[in-house]
Ligand binder design. Sequence first.
Ligand code: Z57
Length: 829
Amino acid sequence: AKTTPTAAKNLLTTYDYINPKPDAELVRKSIVYKLIFILGIDPKDATPADWLNAAMFAARDLSTENFLSTRQIHEKFKKRTVYYLSMEFLMGRAFTNSLINQDLYGAFEQAFKELGLNLADISEQEADPALGNGGLGRLAACFLDSLATLRVPAVGYGIRYQYGMFKQEIVDGKQIEKPDLWLDNGMAWQFARPAKRFPVSFGGTLDTSHYPPRWKPAEQINAVAYDEIVPAFGGQIANPLRLWTAHTGDLFNLASFNEGDYFSSMEAQMKNETIANVLYPNDATAVGRELRLKQEYFLVSASVQDIIARHLCRYDSIHTLPEDVAIHLNDTHPVLAIPELMRILIDDYYLPFDQAWAMCQKIFSYTNHTLMSEALEKWSVDMMAQLLPRHLDIIYKINHHFIENVVRPQGYDDDFIRRVSIIEEGEQRQVRMAWLAVIASHKVNGVAKIHSDLMVSSLFADFAALFPERFTNVTNGVTPRRWIAVANPKLARFLDKHLGGSGWLTDLNQLNQLNKLVDNKDIQNEFANVKHAAKVRLAEYIQREMNITINPNALFDVQIKRIHAYKRQSMNVLHIVHRYNQILNNPNADWQPRVFILAGKAASSYNEAKQTIRLINDIAYFINHDERVRDLIKVVFIPNYSVSLAELIIPAADLSEQISLAGKEASGTSNMKFALNGALTIGTLDGANVEILQHVGAENIFIFGNTVEQVQTLYRNGYNPYDFIDNDPELAQVVNQIAQGAFSPDEPHRYHKLMHNRDEFQRYADFRSYVNAQAQVDKLYRQPEKWYRAALVNMANMGYFSSDRSIEDYCREIWRIEPVSEQELPRLA
Ligand code: Z57
């Protein structure tokens, strides 16, 4: 039985601690108290990292009551809750964000001043938790921010990898991967929940002589929870991000344990503890490794068990689950949640298959993030039979039910049935996870309009014929809290001033009031100064970390994202080399100085991407040391791209490179962050670029390249890169230079293959149009009034791309969920 001593209850309901809001003195005392009594460190010995830890504990205290009372509100009003399942959460640093969200930045800044320390320097000590690869993980983080800020009852579920995304070093131009020891200095932001643990089973046999069949697993491991606080902006709400870690349990290799073989059961246990060890560093490519399948099942099994336990705390019946719970699948990675919920409903609660299936279809929804075939997860039937025999059995039953009760009655032929079957026949039979997700979910969404349209017309066309109403679009968004308030405080002050307060932070459409100011020269200048300050800051970083001098008055041309052939970093390089050639041909022309800034990681096993990184670095070295180009071109590859580097780089960008081959980038989200920070986009008609164009207008964006239709026509006619190379002497020159070693004289053939391949992503077809668009960029940049006007128009029309809007769409169209209302909030004492 739960008891609540009155004295403790008061603290939780009357906000004694946080109301009135602490001033600098209280904050300083709290920081010093944490340093001494939590960390056991004498202030005179404390390092900046110790001060950070102490300050994070102090800041955590101030959101903990919100965190606990949010939980109480949800319980009291039995709020329907969304559970966001994702293998990745790229949260970025928590400290500054939490201070800004709680309006405590000033108090902490002052407190540190009194301690003789600088808050900005202390904040730099925080490790950047990189429990994600790229866009998909960062989207999950923006969504948690918006869910909390909009007061939506929500829990994020993920894995607490011991090692996040690897650290990238560049040695002799090449990527070197180092482990990311993000937990080394402690993690003040998370609460360990040693009592919240669930067993997760693997392997063994399925005894089908009973109904329901009995799964006798071979191994079990405990999943143990850590809760991270996700604070709302300005509010009294904070939601949990629950991360699972694998833990030595009292349950382990069951067979050998029962045989008294203590040592081999310990061995198996050690093997299992590697489950939550490391994040797979692949972005938008599937890995068929067994450990990855184990990770995915580990996440969903623990989460589904927890969701059911939470439900049964509020309701006495499992049957009300679909009214209480929405489970969202972030890509196919957590799709095993579907057979896991089926298994529990059937095997543990004895529900008939049909009833369990009807519940699942009400509960699950799924977001597709890519159409590219190499990213679509398929697990071999053999591997699944080994690891999850009961789940495979349930998947077969789902498939049978789907084909016999849904497909066949509509008169479809065998060919159609073969195409929509969850099981792909062939040499190696495979489970198509995306098919399972579509069949089980009541809603399936793409992440930008063009992507959702293509999803319905290509990847899921057969399913769209079966259930047209199931498919929808929710265009991605980004949180203005992190991407303006945290990343670009000078821009935040500028907006506060011209929009009459900080309301834009939670109502981004207010930015459209800027539209009436875009012709005002003073305001253009004021914004130019904000941009310049960010460029100086980035230039200082590049000087300090890389010993490269760049001129803040040059145009900063930025492409920062995962290195992937479809994102065409190598086409960016083609333009850089072309420009270099032009300058050497015509040194006295009036060239616009440019700094090309690139950053991004390549998956460890992705050779072409690694070659691209090396090429960028070789070219950077060569051009930066060629006196003839003076500082008309500088090329900088910033190592170890991360959320915190994005916060530094994006505010400093003039030009945002969004140059993927049309049809390949599902949405993109950095495109939104750049435009929000007043960079102009050079981009293809791909992903959310299309909608950015619609919002900012064609005069304020540089669109180039083939459309999806043109790309498809080229493919259909047997695309030949030499049709383009051979008909464009300047392009041929660039390709030959790179391919023949102009930038790698010590190894002339280093880039031969990179230049002379199938050109799957049609770099050469789009080259000329790209170069022409770049000429337009120079021309506009030379007219600062026009450039900054366009930058302001971009910012003014970015309201739509707030993740608050995305989350409102999800709540209304997919999850049918209501936020905590004003009335449900406890009144402050
Ligand atoms: C990932 O970061 C994305 C898609 C994937 O299938 C995987 Br796996 C990882 C990205 C897309 O490439 C972006 O275009 C998109 O903006 C992002 O997900 C968020 O939707």
